[in-house]
Design a protein around this ligand. Structure first.
Ligand code: ADP
Ligand code: TRP
Length: 332
């Protein structure tokens, strides 16, 4: 039986936070426990280049993100992990797909439209600060997906439009050459999985309410203790369904643990005690990965090796596919 391919790209924006872990890393790795699915999870450094123009930071971020996935359990022998820029064939594909993508489609991309709107609202030229990489971002993303004949693309909901666009481009191409040259991918977004941050809003770097995934234990505890609470005394019975601490706790514990803490809430719990329970649950979940993460970051050659192995694995397949596509379009 041929395996289904689950592919996703991760933008190297620095050490992930617990929201990224719960919403992206943990489910994407869980998906691979199903032996009929093969994973290809790559670091989209060229996508980051659209906004990050500091070479040292971009490279360091790529290491941090690769180390995070490896530390959280991605086994490079079984699951392919590579650095986008180490597979240059994608760029050749990128040009080909650009010639099958209407400008109008790019004009409709939410991310691009939001930037234009922000410029307009500020009374600036509508194109200010928008480079062509940002504008054509969905084309490169479509290539990332289509070159692997991906079946599933696990992403955050904000990325679903890009996957629809990849399907559009694939359809235009297939229709033009009357051939199923590209497989249509299916976007898979986690519904209802939204880890709150320290202030109760969605945990996000842009709100600066996030808890970095690999904080040293003491710092993690300190951050959890910072969660804002009211001034109810410990003996007052409390409602677990109306508690940010409890909301967070649910993502790291079994139903039985949740039941026990809920009972404690109803009997009366001190907020310090509740936070201690949360800290222990988060720490238990991440402690083994943290150790591995620190090891990897102290010996980046291990990360290089995993990424190189991934690139070496995918490049021959992509080259073969590229040859077929070039034959079809009459170039090369
Ligand atoms: P940020 O909002 O911090 O910039 P990103 O947009 O880079 O995070 O998110 C990368 C991935 O992590 C996406 O798949 C997104 O769905 C997931 N993610 C981010 N924040 C959360 C959250 N608070 N809860 C669940 N998933 C999240
Ligand atoms: N655009 C995605 C993001 O911002 C990252 C990405 C690049 C991606 N190429 C991809 C995701 C291909 C899935 C498939 O998160």
């Amino acid at each position: 039986m041929t395996k289904k391919i689950s592919l996703t790209g991760i933008k190297p924006t620095g050490i992930p936070h617990f929201g990224n872990y719960i919403g992206a890393i943990r489910p994407a790795l869980k998906m691979l426990e199903n032996s009929s699915t093969e994973g290809i999870y790559f670091i989209a450094d060229y996508h980051s280049l659209t906004t990050m123009h500091d070479g040292k930071t971009l490279r360091e971020n790529s290491y941090e993100v690769a180390a995070s996935w490896l530390a959280c359990g991605l086994d490079p022998e079984k699951t392919t992990i590579y650095l986008q820029s180490q597979v240059p064939e994608v760029m050749e594909f990128n040009w080909i797909m650009a010639c099958f993508t209407s400008k109008g489609l790019m004009n409709r991309a939410h991310a691009y439209k939001a930037l234009v709107q922000r410029n307009e609202e500020a009374g600036r030229d509508q194109d200010q600060g928008i480079n062509m990489g940002i504008y054509t971002y969905p084309i490169l993303m479509a290539c990332d997906i289509l070159i692997h004949k991906s079946d599933y693309v696990p992403v955050g909901e904000d990325q679903l439009q890009h996957i629809e666009m990849a399907r559009d481009m694939a359809n235009v191409f297939n229709h033009t050459y009357k051939k199923e040259a590209f497989k249509l991918p299916e976007g898979i977004a986690q519904k209802g999985v939204l880890l709150p941050g320290l202030d109760g809003r969605k945990m996000s770097k842009s709100y600066n309410n996030h808890i970095p995934l690999f904080l040293p234990e003491k710092k993690l505890r300190k951050m959890v203790m910072k969660i804002q609470t009211d001034s109810q005394p410990p003996e007052t019975p409390k409602n677990p369904d109306d508690s940010l601490i409890f909301d967070l706790y649910k993502y790291f514990t079994t139903e039985q643990q949740q039941q026990e803490l809920a009972d404690w809430y109803r009997r009366g719990i001190g907020w310090g005690e509740a936070k201690q329970q949360l800290f222990e649950a988060m720490n238990a979940e991440i402690a083994p990965a943290r150790e591995r993460y620190n090891e990897l970051m102290a010996d980046k050659a291990q990360i290089d090796k995993a990424l190189q192995m991934g690139a070496e694995k995918v490049r021959p397949q992509i080259q073969e596919y590229l040859r077929e596509i070039k034959e079809l379009i009459g170039v090369g």
